[in-house]
Ligand binder design. Structure first.
Ligand code: ADP
Ligand code: MG
Length: 724
């Protein structure tokens, strides 16, 4: 179990719930952590007894158990299997090739043994299973020849080879099916602990202490959702009698885990709202309307809606902590501009923080353009702003001569001081570390903070990882956009791709060619930017100019290349993913992505978003020879949808949350039983329930909710004692 990553949550959360799973609820788990400070005399303390009190657990065994994070009886009872061996009887007709199966059959031929190598043997006989005659194979157990007789009934478990109609037996039982359980739990083990030992300890613990397991979910929920009680569920998760029992126990713990997780997030959100005094920014509505009327285009309804949501936050006494999601090209920049202007009309300064220098420069110039008629000073602060210029910018910032500061990480350095910072906006927020976001938030007097992201966050993740934030969504594209056509080509079709590019180039359009790495790497068989650049220069010699862009160029060099590309002096830009976010060159209509299968879907979608920014039909060509089915599926999905939300849901399904944001950034605890993708319905239910509980007075006063309240109290969320 990983501790809850300190991601996106403004509190440091240390609790036994996320670390050791679903133990929450009763104070037991925390007693040891707090050195007995809160020790209460309740029956629960029996469960907090050291595992050493159980028969058969000596010093050495206790040591091994400790390695598995099992210290108390409670820890032991809540050490859940990570999977189960399925010993259910099945009809062979339904069993796929190479799957494990358990069948009962009649011995239909005398066993014969064949010896080979040294001490190796193979025993086979025909087995009649219902109406199928199959071959049973046992390796290295020649003695069974004497035990297995013609016409005996035998139960075997093993791998089913559908083509050869053979079962390679791993377990057997001489006689009819009588396995103790249809499901055998499988635990992860450490030290000298064996599976049988652990099962015995758990069985003993259940016997001797099972009666003290206390319910921690309100009865109404158990009844509503038809969930088994905690004691019953703990027994069933270790020793399920059948599939139904296991399923119900699992359902219960999925819900329990989600409810506890959501309670904490909702409590955090409530606490944040009530305790984070922000500034009331009284912006000038008339001026704001004027600014919006001056924009080169009418705002979409979605843009208007989110601007209203953000402005309401600015005016309120709470500090804004809002996530703005909008697909690539949905027009987030102008929303940011309107909000920054609102801040300025309230007499404050604004900051816009972006992940790359290219983006910082681009935003600076587009904001300057927008603000030109409104007497707003926009300045850039990036690592390329040095020496005298930097000093000057910093002075003007402190004087209040600069209204809006745009920049990269340079914005949050210690010597950067604003006169009166009102609003901070970060673009592509998932690229910033939490620490950087926190430092930025702490500049000035509790500035309102807006995090913008084009990575569509699947609902399931949004309500978990970003559950403590308010969320606004731009779910509408500006009118007149043509959908980008996406094609998937194999590497050997590159010639045709080049011909297609040339056709567009002849129409005076431009192209991006993206490669995963800068230089050749022997480990990864990927085309590199430098190589491709050389190839294309050779192919298009004299006809078109090919530029090269990658992270190892200095920022001046990057500027030069980018500016030349914007001016259409470079026609084809070969680049690594540094152009992934935000870059805006509307004349580019082709995006070719090399080794596209090496990128996540969300990232491919970002890259694709670099084209289709004007009114012309644009194209995205993915070059990839994926080897796996999942890889092929991913390429296919890209060609089928332009909807970033659909893609991110799909990516989550195919690759899991870790891959979407990077494990650390997903902000998700490692759930013991629950799975955010497959159990998303339970997650939504738990979120709704948690939100209602936190808001209701009864929650804090009714005895029934006591385990939940205690859990929240001890996690420190309520008192803010874990505020960092
Ligand atoms: P993103 O959300 O990806 O940051 P941008 O803010 O870069 O998108 O906007 C993409 C393009 O759409 C820009 O050229 C911008 O000027 C244009 N745009 C934004 N809003 C509108 C609108 N309401 N109508 C027409 N064009 C718009
Ligand atoms: Mg943008």
């Amino acid at each position: 179990m990983l501790p809850l990553p300190k991601v996106s949550l403004p509190f440091t959360i240390i609790d036994s719930h996320s670390r050791r799973g679903v133990c929450g609820g009763s104070p037991v788990g925390d007693v040891r952590n707090k050195g007995g400070r809160h020790r209460k005399i309740t029956v629960n303390n029996l469960l907090s007894r050291d595992v050493g009190v159980l028969k058969g657990i000596g010093k050495e065994t206790a040591h091994s158990l400790a390695e598995m994070n099992i210290y108390s009886i409670k820890d032991l009872l809540e050490y859940f299997p990570y999977r189960y061996e399925d010993y259910r009887l099945r009809d062979l007709a339904d069993v796929p090739h190479e799957e494990r199966v358990t069948v009962e059959g009649k011995v239909h031929s005398d066993p014969s043994v064949m010896y080979y190598g040294r001490k190796k043997s193979r025993l086979t006989f025909k087995l009649l299973v219902d109406r199928y005659l199959v071959t049973a194979v046992f390796f290295n157990q020649p003695f069974l020849k004497k035990k297995i007789k013609l016409n005996d009934t035998i139960t075997v478990t093993g791998k089913w080879d559908r083509h050869r109609q053979t079962i390679t037996v791993q377990h057997y039982h001489l006689g009819p099916y009588s396995y103790r359980s249809e499901f055998e739990p499988v635990y992860s083990l450490k030290g000298n602990i064996t599976s049988n030992m652990l099962k015995k300890f758990i069985a003993t613990a259940l016997n001797e202490y099972g009666d003290y397991i206390r319910e921690n979910l309100p009865t109404a929920f158990l009844e509503n959702y038809k969930l088994p009680g905690r004691r019953e569920a703990i027994r069933a998760i270790h020793f399920p009698k059948n599939a139904q029992e296991l399923k119900q126990a699992r359902r219960r713990f999925v819900y329990e885990e989600f409810l506890y997780f959501q309670l904490k997030i909702q409590a955090l959100r409530k606490f944040e709202r009530e305790h984070s005094k922000g500034q009331e920014q009284h912006y000038d509505v008339k001026k704001l309307r004027e600014f919006i009327q001056h924009l080169p285009f009418p705002l979409t309804n979605a843009q208007k809606r989110v601007i209203n949501e953000i402005c309401a936050d600015l005016k309120s006494p709470y500090r804004m902590n809002r996530l703005l999601q909008g697909d690539v090209g949905s027009g987030k920049t102008v929303v940011a501009a309107v909000c920054l202007y609102a801040t300025i009309t309230a007499g404050n300064q604004g900051a816009l923080m972006v992940p790359t220098e290219i983006l910082a420069e681009q935003h600076t110039s587009s904001l300057r353009e927008l603000f030109e008629p409104f007497d707003v000073t926009v300045e850039l602060l990036s690592s390329s702003v040095k020496g005298k210029k930097r000093k000057q910018v910093l002075e003007q910032l402190e004087n209040g001569d600069i209204d809006i500061l745009v920049g990269t990480h340079a914005l949050i350095q210690e010597d950067v001081n604003f006169k009166q910072l009102g609003t901070v906006i970060t673009d592509e927020q998932h690229r910033f570390g939490v620490e950087q976001r926190r430092v930025l938030r702490e500049k000035g007097e509790n500035p309102d903070v807006l995090f913008m992201t084009a990575t569509p966050i699947p609902r399931t993740l949004a309500i978990t990882a970003f559950g403590e934030m308010d969320v606004s969504v731009i779910d509408e594209m500006p009118k007149g956009r043509k959908a980008i056509e996406t094609y998937w080509a194999k590497h050997d079709m590159f010639e045709r791709v080049l011909a297609f590019m040339e056709k567009e180039l002849r129409r005076n359009k431009q192209a991006y060619v993206i490669c995963p790495l800068i230089e050749e790497s022997e480990k990864l068989d990927v085309q590199n930017a430098i190589d491709i650049h050389a190839q294309l220069t050779h192919y298009f010699h004299n006809r078109y100019n090919i530029g090269l862009m990658h992270g190892r160029l200095s920022s001046e060099e990057k500027d030069q290349v980018m500016n030349a590309f914007s001016r259409n002096e470079i026609h084809v830009l070969v680049s690594t993913t540094v152009v992934e976010v935000g870059v805006n060159v509307p004349n580019a209509t082709i995006m070719v992505i090399y080794d596209a299968d090496r990128f996540g879907l969300a990232q491919l979608h970002q890259l694709r978003g670099r084209v289709g920014r004007g009114n012309e039909q644009s194209y995205c060509i993915l070059i990839a020879d994926p080897k796996t089915e999942v890889g092929k599926e991913r390429m296919k999905i890209m060609t089928e949808t332009n909807n970033g939300f659909v893609l991110s849901e799909k990516d989550l399904e195919l690759r899991g949350p870790g891959d979407l944001f990077g494990k650390k950034q997903s902000g998700l605890p490692d759930f013991k039983v629950a799975d955010v993708v497959h159990d998303y319905r339970a997650l939504e239910t738990a979120r709704k329930d948690a939100a209602e509980l936190i808001q209701s007075d009864a929650f804090w006063t009714t005895e029934e909710y006591e385990p939940l309240c205690t859990y929240l109290q001890e996690s420190g969320v309520l008192s803010g004692e874990k505020l960092d």
